[in-house]
Design a protein around this ligand. Structure first.
Ligand code: PLP
Length: 377
């Protein structure tokens, strides 16, 4: 392990990642291969080590990213992988897409034409269909009309269509209305695929499963499962049950820099939002919102100190925060756990997310660059 500054750091467990992949493989049917979603620096876990581990140790062949920069990075880590760009690439970069042998998601015929015009080499692609997410993709009233446009794309010079895909808007919900909405999304893409087959066009891939779908509506009809958040051991939505074998890959730690006793009337942190009403022991911790530990956790979040939960007191600062350690054992230099397990207790990114009304995705993606990722193998 490389030396690093023990101020605030994230520990990334590669054994947990490998086990999560095994679990997802068991959840999926044999017909479905995992497409590892490693956008946004592998959801904040660090794309290099995550991709190398997935490709070398887990045998993952398919990767999905959000943009060309991420795709080129993954190409370096995984020379043989199939890499799909889910989002938009400006057409003037079409040449790079081809040069790095990347698969581009196609959002419209117009976009496909612009890409082809900008590249001498063939562009590999999967065609995105908007079946209800309302974000990007071909949009049609019927699968037949959609298949017709895809058929034209398949015959376009300079384009090699290898699959179609869509994205669910609410697969993480148990509400009957959302379930039937997702049913319709799934039916639309499968009917589109069937309509293409009826015309003699059999594409290697049709995919629509995300993490939520892996957990609650798994089907062998999706050739790929675009697994993101469950690979990192978090919930697509806190209300959605995930197999208990899945465990969080990231832990977040920091250090106690200072411990003091305060008297009734003493104030803590900016804005004097906290005033001690009794004698208390207060510890200062070396992490703040510039590290991605949200200021919205001010006076609300808890931190594990020697296995005991200690409440944040007052506002989270840019680089530091204060906690109440009156009932805990705490000394300068002690390591504390902001996300992860310590003793019998655990604080998850999902728990922090629910305190301030977001999702675990945003918590892990938001851990900033300043926080070194330390890989445990
Ligand atoms: C981010 C993303 C995924 C992965 O979603 P998870 O909920 O993390 O599994 C899959 N497909 C598309 C198109 C995405 O943008």
């Amino acid at each position: 392990m490389k030396p690093y500054l023990k101020r605030a750091w994230a520990e990334i467990s590669l054994p947990a990642l490998r086990k999560n992949i095994e679990t997802i493989r068991r959840m999926n049917s044999a017909e479905t291969e995992i497409m590892a979603v490693v956008k946004a620096d592998a959801y904040g876990h660090g794309d290099e080590r995550i991709c190398r581990c997935l490709a070398s140790d887990c045998g993952i062949r398919f990767f999905a990213v959000s943009n060309l920069d991420e795709a080129i990075a993954v190409r370096e880590f995984c020379p043989d992988a199939e890499i799909l760009i889910l989002g938009y690439t400006p057409p003037e970069y079409a040449h790079e897409i081809a040069q790095y042998n990347i698969i581009q998601g196609i959002v419209s015929t117009e976009y496909a034409q612009a890409l082809v015009k900008n590249s001498f080499e063939k562009i590999l692609c999967h065609i995105k269909i908007d079946t209800g997410m309302g974000r990007i993709g071909l949009k049609h009233d019927t699968p037949e009309a959609c298949a017709e446009e895809i058929k034209q794309l398949c015959s376009m010079e300079g384009l090699s269509v290898e699959g179609i895909y869509t994205h669910f808007a609410a697969a993480d919900s148990y509400s009957p209305d959302d379930i039937s909405y997702t049913d319709n999304q799934e039916k639309f893409i499968l009917d589109t695929y069937a309509a293409l087959e009826a015309q003699g066009i059999t594409l290697p891939h049709v995919h629509f499963m995300n993490s939520a779908a892996c957990c609650c509506r798994n089907t062998p009809k999706s050739t790929l499962a675009r697994a993101g958040i469950i690979m990192y051991g978090l919930h697509p939505d806190v209300s959605l049950e995930i197999p208990q074998e899945l465990s969080p890959v990231m832990e977040l730690k920091a250090v106690i820099s200072h411990v003091k006793t305060v008297q009734p009337g003493d104030c803590i942190s900016y804005g004097r939002t906290f005033t001690a009403e009794r004698e208390m022991r207060i510890a200062t911790v070396t992490i703040g919102y510039a590290d991605g530990y949200s200021r919205q956790l001010s006076s609300k979040g808890e931190i594990l100190v020697h296995g005991k939960r200690c409440r944040i007191v007052g506002r989270v600062c840019m680089d530091q925060l204060m906690i109440d350690v009156t009932d805990a054992q705490a000394e300068s230099g002690d390591i504390v756990t902001l996300i992860g397990r310590d003793g019998d207790d655990i604080i998850t990114a999902d728990e922090l997310a629910s305190i301030y009304g977001t999702i675990g995705y945003e918590v892990v993606c938001g851990i900033s660059k300043r926080v070194p990722r330390i890989y445990i193998d």
